[in-house]
Design a protein around this ligand. Structure first.
Ligand SMILES: Nc1nc2c(ncn2[C@@H]2O[C@H](COP(=O)(O)OP(=O)(O)O)[C@@H](O)[C@H]2O)c(=O)[nH]1
Ligand SMILES: [Mg+2]
Ligand SMILES: [Zn+2]
Length: 361
């Protein structure tokens, strides 16, 4: 198996890079090998190692604690499998980003949906009316994860003037690229592909065209789409369902069922990033604690009067803030502070890393 060329292993195909190599070297227990988690449940993990797909067993302590238990996208250390025994999970390497939401049970606990996502594609269908508040919510969620958001307007072939939609949606997401795409005509697909990097998650409402777009990015029909499902079920995609799919030419597409229903909540920090334009205006109000509700010299109300900002966007901002505050009230303050500082570090590292990557492209 040895070769003087550096061989591409399944690990490389799933996003292994010099930075992970370094983290692994400084965190891993002696005798372990690196692996990436494809899926994790009830004491077992499906992982990929340099040898291909394998299983790893978790010890009891790991599946009772949310902090210790691995999730899809995690890089872990693993005591390798032997001829007769499966691998044994060691520990989770520090996460670059975390896509999470409040648990459905209404407790303060967060549910990690996926780890180490570098790019979040937020899909917005051009085949129906634009739902701005939903888009803002998804963008805030993406920012909160520490990943880079990109908006893909899908089904551009079904819209009379996609360029006007690009302008409209760009106003909802300062600093976020907005690209009109069509999985039918391939419009915008190359532009989108050159914008995304690393591990890519596609989020958005059901029917927005996420799977179709995923297939264009992968260059193969690997994900089941609405059309296929509508036929009769027999025509469904035949490849086994996987959660991390290597993208030809680099990167990994992450397709987890958890992501299909993302959008429940996001942190105040994520909202701050998503509404950076509004927060900057608020910094120019006369009163530091201005509620933008009739105070004199309010830069936010001025912007609404002059048409720079919509009333709808202010309302949306307030609503998301209230939700995040309700959630924060349920979360232990110490844990929260820790989480915020982790997120900041991650976002910072992520940006540095993206820049580094961009320079070497
Ligand atoms: N006109 C048009 N329809 C599309 C496009 N992409 C997806 N669709 C249709 O939208 C429906 C939902 O697509 P799907 O990819 O399954 O959406 P998902 O639920 O977000 O994964 C299917 O009937 C697709 O054929 C597109 O680019 N143009
Ligand atoms: Mg789908
Ligand atoms: Zn104000």
């Amino acid at each position: 198996m040895s070769s003087s060329f550096s061989e591409i292993t399944p690990l490389d195909e799933h996003g292994w890079d010099a930075q992970w190599q370094e983290l692994f070297a400084s965190h891993a227990e002696p005798g372990t090998v690196p692996a990436r988690v494809l899926r994790s449940e009830r004491g077992l993990c499906d992982v990929v190692t340099s040898q291909g797909q394998e299983r790893a067993v978790l010890q009891r302590v790991h599946h009772t604690s949310a902090d210790l238990s691995p999730s899809t996208g995690d890089w872990i250390s693993m005591f390798p499998s032997t001829g007769t025994e499966p691998g044994v999970f060691g520990s989770v390497l520090p996460r670059r980003t975390v896509l999470s939401r409040a648990s459905a049970g209404g407790t303060s606990e967060e549910q990690v949906l996926a780890s180490n996502v570098d790019t979040v594609i937020v899909t917005v269908s051009l085949a129906g009316p634009l739902r701005h508040t939903r888009t803002e919510r998804l963008i805030a969620l993406a920012w909160a994860s520490g990943a880079m958001p990109v908006i893909a307007l899908t089904k551009a072939d079904a819209h009379p003037l996609p360029e006007s939609a690009v302008i409209e949606v760009s106003a909802l997401a300062p600093g976020v690229p907005v690209i009109a795409t069509s999985s039918h005509t391939e419009e915008g697909i190359e532009a989108l592909k050159s914008t995304i990097q690393g591990t890519v998650a596609v989020i958005g409402p059901s029917g927005a065209g996420k799977s179709s777009l995923g297939n264009r990015i992968l260059g193969a029909e690997l994900l089941a789409t609405g059309e296929v499902r509508a036929v009769d079920g027999k025509g469904r995609h035949t490849t086994a369902w996987r959660e991390l799919l290597p993208i030809p030419g680099g990167g990994v597409l992450l397709d987890t069922p958890g992501l299909r229903s993302v959008g429940v909540t996001s942190s105040e920090e994520g909202i701050g990033e998503a509404f950076a334009d509004l927060e900057e205006l608020a910094g120019q109000c006369r009163f530091a604690d201005c509620t933008h509700d009739g105070e004199p010299d309010c830069a936010v109300q001025d912007a609404i009067r002059s048409g720079v900002l919509t009333e709808r966007r202010l309302t949306s901002y307030r609503k998301l803030q209230r939700e995040a505050q309700r959630l924060a009230a349920r979360t232990d303050a110490r844990l929260r502070a820790q989480r915020v500082s982790e997120l900041k570090t991650r976002a910072h590292e992520q940006r540095a890393w993206s820049k580094e990557r961009a320079r070497h492209r």
